[in-house]
Design a protein around this ligand. Sequence first.
Ligand code: ADP
Ligand code: MG
Length: 690
Amino acid sequence: MAVSLAEMGLSRLKGVGPRAAEKLERLGLSTVEDVLFHLPFRYEDRTRITPIGALRPEQGVVIEGEILAADVVFGKRRSLLCKVADGTGLVSLRFYHFSAAQKNNLEKGRPIRVYGEPRPGAAGLEFYHPEYQLGPDLPPLERALTPVYPTTEGVSQRQLRNLAGQALDILRQHLPEELIPPDLLDQRHLPSLANALEMLHHPGPDDPVDLLLDGNHPAVKRLVMEEMVAHQLGMLSKRAGQKTLAAPVLDGDRLLRKLLLSLPFALTGAQNRVIDEIGADLRRDHPMLRLLQGDVGSGKTLVAAAAALTAIESGYQVALMAPTELLAEQHRANFEHWLAPLGIPVHWLAGSLGQKARRENLAALADGSASMVVGTHALFQDAVAFQRLGLIIIDEQHRFGVQQRLALREKGRFGNQVPHQLTLTATPIPRTLAMSVYGDLDTSVIDEMPPGRKPIQTLVLPVSRRDDVIARIRSACLEGAQAYWVCTLIEESDELQAQAAEAAFEALREALPELNVELVHGRLKAKDKAQRMARFAAGEAHLLVATTVIEVGVDVPNATLMVMENAERLGLAQLHQLRGRVGRGGGQSYCLLLYQIPLSQTAKRRLAVMRETTDGFVIAEEDLKLRGPGEWLGTRQTGELAFRIADLVRDEALMEPARELAEILLERHPGRVERLLRRWLNGGEDYADI
Ligand code: ADP
Ligand code: MG
């Protein structure tokens, strides 16, 4: 084969000039292969003619008849009304935008074929702005169903159909490379790539369109399978690359045992288990890449501290990185509380640090006198160097990009040796997603809460109940509890969020004169924020009014009441994170979700999920269903998740078979792997490397 479809630019196709090419590029279409992989999301049946007498409202149909009249009529709006009859009945076409030429063309007696959906209108059933063709000679009817493609402004369906038609013609002459060997396809009852594409773009009138649209047709499965296989291969080869790296052997539990003796509680079974899993990884001379999942409040920080102590005991440095200063500060406080009595100072590196302290800390990291550092993005800046970084702990990895994580790892590189990496996440990753994004990344799950925790009770209330809610805060706080009031705003701006929180703060202070009310938001200086948080943590304030800055990490066990304003604006993951700020002690906690009407269907569903469950895994699965995987993982990860055809929710069942097939290909057909990666992943650079 001379040129592959992936190498054929769109200029091969008729009707694609530079301007059209630019617009098509926006749809992700720049080669003939791209056009073929751009699949319809529905089909219209233009293969048969419906008698006008049998028309029903809102059904897409083709009719054919003779024009009886076309007149400009003056109703509420001026329109062109064209009457068409076919002997079984009469129907009208209505155009609000029309030209004189158009009107003249719709001559009485002329045959016309119309495509569209009729709706009830002033003149009975009417087609509004339908597509139509005029006689005398009408072309033959379509023989296949007509595809409707996802499109963008400036690219018409007609254009896309035409391109897909041309691309299919080319496909018939230059069969695409079959990257999955035919025997493996046959075993799985999957068609060839060419047949699958032909079916998807031009199904026959009797083909099962429902199956094509819901992903249950072998033609769809064929493409989904190949794409998933490519993703799995991307991950497998990435992992193979990892295995060639070395890492320091970290071993020892002397410090950990000392720490455990000093704690007022025993580890949960789950904490013990995951500490062992991590310990086994650290003793190997290959870098650990482990994801630690555990619901909010399950005690991940302590597990992270256990890993840190093992590294420190082995003479290595540990860096803990968190996405926000507030969260990093919480970790610093926890680590200091646990490590200082063991004689291990905890160093700090964040944007807010003064010049002098920063210089000192940088020097201590570089000469190795600092063995534990906690910080934010400041940790991977150029000026930061470590003497011998052995373990990186990253909290809430969704917020760091691949490059940032790699930058930190590079700081611990000596030749072929890199640090171990432990990633903590409180947002559980649904299994399908974990498999498709992270492949066989090692995962540890804390699936048990510390004893004595009572599930948080959640109530969903309209904002009109605000006064009752305030009364409830008053009585709870006067009985010794503490409460959060979270203000949400869709706007990303810290400034606007801060203003909203200020306003709520003033109003609540006025409504609750008998309580001490504190305020934190993103616009405060780090020091002020920390001071106010500390006052709340020490019980000096009853009520903390906050923006979503308190989403992660804040740990005040005595706080048992949380109110979220405009809860309908937040996604499930965020609601769950925020709610996790209560229910951290032995008392019964409550979460009150205040909403503003009207509620969208999705918002309703989200609030219902929150009311029904506190199980982070259930919430994550629901979230994935409601939002789709791309959004779920956040924009930073979408590159890694850019499935063109597969839909992780719809195609979940294909994940395991795809994984199997990927392994077979790797073993028996290694020559095809690179081509698969090139076809689906553009070579697969930056593939999920947690
Ligand atoms: P996560 O980071 O997983 O949300 P944390 O590590 O912040 O949870 O732990 C939540 C709270 O539970 C902290 O106050 C912590 O000290 C406490 N904690 C951790 N492990 C246990 C345990 N085994 N028993 C009782 N309390 C625990
Ligand atoms: Mg935590």
